[in-house]
Design a protein. Sequence first.
Length: 169
Amino acid sequence: MIQFNCLIERFGEQGEKTGWTYILIPADKAQQLKPKNKKSFRVKGKLDNVSIKQVALLPMGEGDFIMALKKELLKKLGKRKGETLTVQFEEDKSEKILSADLMECLADDKEAMTHFKKLSPSHQHYYSNWIESAKTPETKVKRIAQALNGLAKGFHYGEMIRDLKGKEF
């Protein structure tokens, strides 16, 4: 387990990361977590006193990594850009579980399942997390239907979301 303090930062103009709030994990700290690794991996632990698990660290080049901080997490922390955060974490080797409801529906749709299996694990998890983050059963059902339609069209998660923009389902 490593521990350090860092500043909460936000990207200005940074391609797909524009506007993201994040913390920087310097190369030396990342190497303590997972030596000789240059690819994304997941961690668990605490940010201040808020427990986290299965949160991705993304490589930024030169050995540094970032952890994106979602709005919900920032709200729990009660912090924002420019404030200091105490980080305490280790590599999370636990298996990420996909949405049981999504997998059940995919079992009935061979075309969508075939495409889903071709996706990278991260894109499979984007679909799963999006479905599981629904706040009502109605929204969950709607998202599963949208996911099945997108997968049947051969879309990865981002393409499906862009296709949905401006459409009423």
